[in-house]
Design a protein around this ligand. Structure first.
Ligand SMILES: [Zn+2]
Length: 381
């Protein structure tokens, strides 16, 4: 059955299953929760459960409808994702979706529209979208997926049935990672924290070698105050290069793919695909920066906990507890609190910023500030 594939989201799954069983399916849903925990999979599963004729309400997973839905090629299940360079869903795209919503259906299927990153529908488009949300045709469902519901207009939120998805627990993450890769308990604990409980992200980070890279990246923080301004700026370069490395690799991969389809497409289609690629690169870079913020915070938090409790029971980077112990002894509580506040503030600022260059500036500024603390307030011996 299709629902069995979704893990760690019992509440959301039960709710959706029940709504089909009790014939209480509504036309607008807002799937909210952290990214990478299964919201999109739940949306397509819901579409499968509604359209499967072999196992109605469940989805058999092997009939033509289920198979097409799993492959993403079902004619009545539509996806919308941010395509423009600004990573926004534009009014033209919403207009086109609305056209399909009101187009008569040839079959008796449920038409399902899955809108990923719905918080990225721009304001003009959100207003246009409201109309569809208010009076969609019968057997039509709109599912908005977001990890930032606050960015949607209240009028849109209030017209949707909210379905909440949560982060995965430590235990679930551990068993998931152990099925996929060779990993210790301590390492899975670290990955759980830096991925904020998102399994897909944790797996990706581990495959990219984050557990080892982390030690290089922690360089400036491991330092207990002896670094010069020159060393500091060299370290900042290491971090910035790290952030751009993955988006550069992705750009190169996409460019390789582009060579294959560029000539075969008409200019407008080509432009559209290129814009979509660019938005993927920007999204990748943003995710990378978020992860780095999380890493830095985890490190300072660990120093604080070690200092205050004298043990490593509650720390995240458990595999580095010796280094953390050594560093924690030479930092005062006040220093660590100030560092944490500064990183947290910078992270929030970077999250709100849409311009890539500004985000980078915020990050650089934060690192400089952290580094200067090391220079100005050398470790207490
Ligand atoms: Zn089926």
């Amino acid at each position: 059955m299709l629902w069995d594939k979704i893990r760690g989201q019992t509440g959301a799954v039960n709710y959706l299953r029940q709504s089909i069983r009790k014939e209480k399916v509504v036309s607008g849903y807002l799937f909210q929760g952290p990214s990478g925990v299964g919201k999109k999979l739940a949306a397509s599963t819901f579409a499968g459960a509604l359209n499967c004729r072999v196992a109605p309400g469940e989805g058999c997973g092997s009939c033509p409808d289920c198979e097409q839905i799993i492959k993403g090629s079902h004619p009545d299940v539509h996806y919308l994702t941010p395509m423009s360079k600004s990573r926004q869903i534009l009014k033209e795209e919403i207009d086109e979706m609305q056209r399909i919503v009101f187009l008569g259906s040839y079959s008796d299927n449920w038409k399902v529209f899955i809108i990923e990153d719905a918080d990225r529908i721009n304001i003009k488009a959100q207003n246009a979208f409201l109309k569809t949300l208010e009076e969609p045709p019968e057997k039509t469902i709109l599912i908005l997926i977001t990890d930032q519901p606050g960015q949607l207009l209240p009028t849109i939120r209030s017209r949707c049935q909210k379905v909440i998805f949560g982060s995965w627990s430590h235990e679930l993450m551990e068993s998931f990672l152990m099925e996929k890769i060779v990993i210790s308990k301590t390492e899975s604990h670290v990955l759980h924290s830096i991925s904020r409980g998102c399994p897909g992200r944790a797996l990706q980070l581990s495959q990219e070698g984050i557990l080892n890279d982390r030690k290089t990246l922690f360089g400036p923080l491991l330092d207990d105050g002896g670094s010069s301004a020159r060393e500091l700026s060299a370290q900042i370069k290491v971090w910035l290069d790290y952030i751009s490395s993955r988006s550069k690799a992705l750009s190169a991969d996409l460019e390789k793919e582009r060579v294959q389809w560029r000539e075969a497409l008409a200019p407008p289609q080509r432009k559209k695909l290129e814009a979509r690629d660019e938005s993927r690169v920007v999204a990748e870079e943003r995710a990378e920066l978020e992860m780095i913020f999380e890493l830095i915070l985890s490190w300072i938090r660990d120093l604080f906990i070690c200092r205050e409790t004298g043990g490593d029971n509650y720390i995240i980077n458990r595999d580095m507890s010796d280094e953390i112990f050594a560093a924690s002894r030479s930092r005062s509580q006040a220093q660590l609190c100030r560092m944490m506040e500064w990183v947290e503030k910078s992270r929030q600022l970077a999250e709100k910023t849409s311009a890539r260059s500004t985000r980078q500036l915020i990050f650089e500024n934060m690192l400089l500030q952290l580094g200067y603390w090391n220079l100005i307030f050398p470790a207490e011996k």
